[in-house]
Every structure is written in structure tokens, then in C-alpha cells.
Write a protein that binds this ligand. Structure first.
Ligand code: PLP
Length: 450
């Protein structure tokens, strides 16, 4: 029964990023089944998944082709590795397909099981790259405050979540600059002027640390877990020119933005810049099986392959055949069913327009951001002055809980409500998402007397 599951869950699990005791008192929601954008709990209640699981189920739940690909591979070759001068057909076929979808600029991949591991691979590969080029002192990685790159030690240090650093997550050779969050930090500046100011902080940081010591700047093209923040126009062009000027690698964490979220295959294409590396995971397999990876530019790969010799880095499950088989089926579906084109031309504009129609004049909503099938609503105490609530986290969490109680899975972070439905969402499903979000925001507004 549900209560038995909840008791056993409480007895054995430490959940991610939650107050365990408070969760145990309430009992975790036990999700048992999924199809399309729908989830069902163990009591048979239906939920509309407005978050694609954890930003990952691009194709929705229950795809028979992904299941069949995994099953076939489990029968044919359930495991092999890339260690003993060995490789296998699935990982090769996956890379052929992946690089046919990526801009020509990129040529090589190192596969992992997760986004966190992909960022660990990034940290080590970037250090190796500069070492091979005879600049071993160039090893400081600059990230952004409130950026999220994973929960392993290196990816935590690269990320800028202060509350994660509090338990000793900060390591030497990592530094951070501010996030391009105009609504909170833009003051009297226009978004465009703020974008340049926020980007110029990178130049100041590089000069402060010494360009000869700085290996890379790493950021999410749009910040996901740290509030779904889209940088204003001009930000990425300025960041790119600063990186080029000081010979600092530009690394995009595409774990959330990759594979169609914004309506382009990769979020850096939406913002029009060209990173040296891409970190990928989540949408690579639609979350059906764990897989991530680090994608390298031709220039970096050439240095590592031609001059690098042995690179002491590898995982037992790197390029796992079953994960690779699922990734191939997933990428073929995204490509052949023209799902990302549809996000760009149809479902994305449909969602963005509906949100603006419903929330532009809402007393609680100060800003609506997003593109394609990702969006955020910023709660505001005073819309004219962009004043935020002192307890905005609490208010947004309350809104998220109202949504859950009403059969809508939506996320709150830092006073912002976030949605990222599966890329296959129909108009009817997007209507339901917007409508249930409106109900949750309205009730939140009533509860706080707005
Ligand atoms: N990078 C970004 C941008 C993420 O959002 C996440 C996870 O949410 C990660 C990295 C870490 O990925 P994983 O949870 O697969 O380790």
C-alpha cells in the first residue's frame, strides 16, 4: 500500500535537497507509472508532469522504441568497455549520430553516467588540455554564483550554490562571477546594459586571477536549477569575446538546455555562441537510462589526441552499450519525428504566448521568461520597482505544493516557478499546464492576501 511504501521509503532513503524529517512526516509521493506526460501514483491519482521528470524525459514516458532498443541490446551485448583497446558498435553508432546533429565544430566525446560525472570529466580534461600545451598553471575554472553543475565534489565547486559549498564543497582553483539575473540585480540598468555589465565581471575576474592561471569559464546557456534565468541579449557575445581575448576555454553546460529544450538542438545555438566544450546528459536518453557526456571541439580533441598521449581518465560504464542503444533510439526519434522543429515553430511559441496572455497582468507575477518548452514565472511584491518578496522561496514552494495537490508537477526555485514539459507536449497538455499553473498561482495570491 502507499503508506507501507512511504514508511519503507522514510526508513531507507535520504532524498535529494529536501528536509528529510519534514518529508517523512508528510510521506513521499510514490510515483508508480507513466505514459506520455502523465504520471500516476500508487493510489491511481494522475499528475501532469510539467517538469519532464527532472528536465529529462524529452519524449515523455512509455516509448516502446526506447524500450525495444534497450531490450535488444541487453540480449545482444549487455556490457562492454572502452578500456582494453576495445570498443563496441553501439557507442560508435551513437557518436556517428550525435556528431551528425552537432555543429561541425565538435568531433569527440567522453561518455559518462550523469551530468555530474560529465562535469568532472570536463574539469579533468580542461586541465589535461592546458598541461599538454605546456601551461599546467592554467587550471582555475570560473563558474557562476547560483549555477548548478552537479553534486559530486568537483561539480559542486564549479557550481555556485552557496548552501552546497557550506559543507566544504569549495575547492582550490575554482572561482565564480555573478549570474546575469537582471530582475534581481539589474537595478536601473536596461536588460541590455546589465548584460554587458554582468559579462564584464568575467574580464575583471580573469585579470584579478591572472589570465595565465585561468583555464575555462563554465556556465549553463540559461541557468536551470538556479531559477531558470535567461541572460539578456548581448551577454553571450560579450562572454565569448572575453574568453577569446584571454585564451580562456568557453564551456557550456547543456545538461538541461541540450536536445531541444529551447527549440534548437542545443541552447548555445539559441543564444548564438560557440563553446569549446559541451556537457550533456538528461535529454540524451530522455532519462530512460543514465548517460551523460563531455563533447569536445575539434581543436581541443586534436591537441589531446595528437600530443596528449595517455589520458588517465575513464569509467567502467563509459559508453555503456545499453545506454548507447537507448540514446540512439531517442536521438533518432527527436530527429525523424521532427520534434525539435515542432518545439521551435509550434508548441514553444504556443506555450510562451499562453503564459504571457495569462500572467502578464497577474498581481503576483513580475516577469515571464523562457523559450521553446522551458519557462519561469518570477514572483514580485511590487511589479513596478521589481521588488521581490523577502520570503519568496516560501511563497514559491507553497505554490508548487498547491500544484502537486491539484495534480500538476511543477518546480519552484528562488521565488520562481519553473516549467519544462516533455518536448512532445500537445496543445491540450500545454493548455492544462498553463491552466493548472494559473490555479496554483491564484490560490497562492489569495493565501498571501494579494
Ligand atoms: N548540470 C546541470 C545544468 C544540471 O541541471 C544538472 C542536474 O540537474 C547537472 C549538471 C548534474 O546532472 P546529474 O544530476 O545527472 O548528475
Amino acid at each position: 500500500t502507499t503508506s507501507e511504501y512511504q514508511a519503507l521509503d522514510a526508513a531507507h532513503h535520504i532524498h535529494a535537497f529536501l528536509d528529510q524529517k519534514a518529508l517523512n512526516e508528510k510521506g513521499a509521493l510514490v510515483i508508480a507509472k507513466g505514459q506520455g506526460l502523465d504520471l500516476w501514483d500508487t493510489d491511481g491519482r494522475r499528475y501532469l508532469d510539467g517538469m519532464s521528470g527532472l528536465w529529462c524525459t524529452a519524449l515523455g514516458y512509455g516509448r516502446a522504441d526506447l524500450n525495444a532498443a534497450a531490450t535488444r541490446q541487453l540480449e545482444e551485448l549487455p556490457y562492454y568497455n572502452l578500456f582494453f583497446h576495445t570498443t563496441h558498435p553501439r557507442v560508435i553508432e551513437l557518436s556517428e549520430l550525435l556528431f551528425s546533429l552537432l555543429p561541425e565544430h565538435y568531433s569527440h566525446a567522453i561518455y559518462t553516467n550523469s551530468g555530474s560525472e560529465a562535469n568532472e570529466a570536463l574539469i579533468r580534461t580542461v586541465r589535461r588540455y592546458w598541461q599538454v600545451l605546456g601551461k599546467p598553471q592554467k587550471k582555475i575554472m570560473i563558474g557562476r554564483w547560483n549555477g548548478y553543475h552537479g553534486s559530486t565534489l568537483g561539480s559542486t565547486a564549479l557550481g555556485g550554490m552557496g548552501f552546497m559549498h557550506e559543507m566544504g564543497g569549495m575547492l582550490p582553483d575554482f572561482a565564480h562571477i555573478g549570474e546575469p539575473y537582471w530582475y534581481a540585480h539589474g537595478g536601473d540598468l536596461s536588460p541590455e546594459a546589465f548584460a554587458l555589465q554582468a559579462a564584464d565581471e568575467l574580464e575583471r575576474k580573469i585579470l584579478e586571477l591572472g589570465a595565465e592561471n585561468v583555464a575555462a569559464f563554465v556556465a549553463e546557456p540559461f541557468q536551470g536549477a538556479g531559477g531558470m534565468i535567461f541572460p539578456p541579449e548581448g551577454y553571450w557575445a560579450r562572454i565569448q569575446s572575453i574568453c577569446r581575448k584571454y585564451d580562456v576555454l568557453l564551456c557550456a553546460d547543456e545538461v538541461i538546455g541540450g536536445f531541444g529544450r529551447t527549440g534548437e538542438w542545443f541552447a548555445h545555438q539559441h543564444f548564438g555562441f560557440q563553446p569549446d566544450t559541451l556537457t550533456i546528459a538528461k535529454g540524451l536518453t530522455s532519462g530512460y537510462i543514465p548517460m551523460g557526456g563531455l563533447v569536445l571541439s575539434k581543436r581541443m580533441a586534436e591537441v589531446l589526441v595528437e600530443q596528449g598521449g595517455l589520458f588517465a581518465h575513464g569509467l567502467t560504464y563509459s559508453g555503456h552499450p545499453v545506454a548507447a542503444a537507448v540514446a540512439i533510439a531517442n536521438l533518432k526519434a527527436l530527429r525523424d519525428e521532427r520534434i525539435i522543429e515542432r518545439v521551435k515553430q509550434d508548441s514553444g511559441p504556443y506555450l510562451q504566448k499562453a503564459l504571457r496572455e495569462v500572467f502578464a497582468d497577474h498581481p503576483l507575477v513580475g516577469e515571464i521568461q523562457g523559450a521553446g518548452l522551458v519557462a519561469a514565472l518570477q514572483f514580485a511584491e511590487d511589479k513596478a520597482s521589481r521588488k521581490r518578496f523577502a520570503n519568496e522561496d516560501e511563497i514559491a514552494w507553497r505554490c508548487r505544493c498547491i500544484g502537486f495537490d491539484n495534480g500538476l508537477i511543477i518546480r519552484s526555485t528562488l521565488g520562481r516557478m519553473i516549467m519544462a514539459p516533455a518536448l512532445v507536449a500537445s496543445h491540450a497538455e500545454l493548455d492544462e499546464l498553463v491552466d493548472k499553473t494559473r490555479q496554483a498561482v491564484d490560490q497562492t495570491a489569495r493565501e498571501i492576501g494579494r
